[in-house]
Design a protein around this ligand. Sequence first.
Ligand code: NI
Length: 247
Amino acid sequence: VLLSLSTWPEVEAYLRNCDAIVVPIGSTEQHGPNGLIGTDAICAEHVACGVGGRTGVLVAPTISVGMAAHHMAFPGSMSHTPTVLISIVREQVMALAAHGFRNFFFVNGHGGNIATINSAFAEIHALRWQAGLPAIRCQLANWWDPAGVAELSQEYYGDVEGSHATASEIAITRHLFPDHAKNVVLDPAVAPTGEFHDAADFRQRFPDGRIGSNPGLSEAKHGERILQSAIAGLVEMLRVFIAMKGA
Ligand code: NI
């Protein structure tokens, strides 16, 4: 159930039985020549909605813009600075905590968010302790963490899954938005790999925006299985997280 499609009396009733909420967080950034700019937010949102649907845990609005400074040399990419993203995460958690939510399960769709989300959690814990507020528990789960997701990506794509504009994430968007699948020739088929320093350096080393991937292999039917595997894996992580409450 989505928070946005609930009424306040429904949320009041929900909080009598459950103080957990799922928070999708993604990014709005280039994903190569055939990847949608919203890929990371789309994947996080749909995995989170699947987890909410299977568990009955409410799903908060998606935080759609993340920390993507290194993608800013490609048109359409958006990014918050780490300090602003920390503030966004902190303020949204504190707003929900004011109503009694205590257990926050973040479903992340962008590797570049991880350090900032963990910093936000550290800030939340420090501030709530200083203020003498009740304990708030936060967990970060990336949709690609479950072993089943890695197995499928290995089966379908092997070494050309890549690390940005991955074949798996583009397959998920092709499953969810078939009318927006972009059929463009990728040249080279497999993108280069390596390190980068900043946005300009990223574009120079990875001219079409991909790192190590061949999302020309991405098919909607793969995406459907990867999405379901991610949901199943994160349902288990959420159940463990909630069961550990107060332990
Ligand atoms: Ni991505």
